[in-house]
Ligand binder design. Structure first.
Ligand code: CO
Length: 209
């Protein structure tokens, strides 16, 4: 896509929305009442609203490489805080995806002298440091992964990463406080399949985490 076409496409899109509903932008610009916070991967193929077939205004979005919820990441925590305390969303969805490049990079670097050595020598860069969040997940779950073939292992780490991030969301003081106040708030772990465009509920509940 040539960048010069983007403004042209944008005008076309805005006009199409007005043709369908003349009040589309005026009603949207007044307020937002999303009921969902989506925490997903930055991957360009995982387009939040599109894959849920939701119009603008329905989902508050935080995305980063490999949908990681790090308890040291003010960006992610601020998004959760705003969604829970101000927007009062009733659902937080952590959505990973099979074929996640971030997960693959973490798996590939989980070898002796891999990313840990690179981080120690300050050579891993920001991405390498960020993905170190996933390396611990691989280490802690080695018993679940050892008998799987390469593809199954890759898929499983993508799923385990979602599970771990759901735990992190649940552990935040933001969510804990909301639950103490009996807020109607549920955390979900989903995974998206790039192959067929289908979302899967990993059915993570309090017993799983
Ligand atoms: Co990804």
């Amino acid at each position: 896509m040539d960048i010069r076409n983007i403004f042209k496409n944008n005008k076309k899109w805005a006009q199409e929305q007005l043709n369908k509903n003349p009040n589309f932008f005026t009603s949207l610009s007044e307020h937002q009442h999303p009921n969902y916070l989506w925490i997903g991967c930055s991957d360009s193929r995982v387009q939040t609203s599109q894959i849920m077939n939701l119009p603008p205004g329905e989902v508050f979005v935080h995305r980063n490489i490999a949908n990681i919820v790090a308890l040291t990441d003010f960006n992610c925590l601020a998004a959760i805080e705003y969604a829970v305390d101000v927007l009062k969303v009733e659902h937080i969805i952590v959505c990973g995806h099979y074929g996640c490049g971030g997960v693959k990079a973490a798996m590939d670097s989980n070898t002796p002298g891999g990313v840990e050595a690179a981080i120690a020598s300050n050579a891993a860069g920001y991405v390498g440091n960020w993905l170190s969040n996933i390396i611990d997940i691989i280490k802690f779950n080695e018993d679940k992964l050892k008998n799987l073939n390469e593809e199954e292992r890759y898929n499983k780490v993508c799923e385990l990463n979602v599970l771990e991030q759901v735990k992190h969301v649940s552990d935040t003081t933001i969510v804990q406080n909301a639950w103490k106040k009996n807020a109607n708030l549920t955390i979900h772990g989903w995974i998206y399949s790039l192959d067929d465009g289908i979302l899967h509920d990993l059915r993570i509940d309090k017993n799983t985490i």
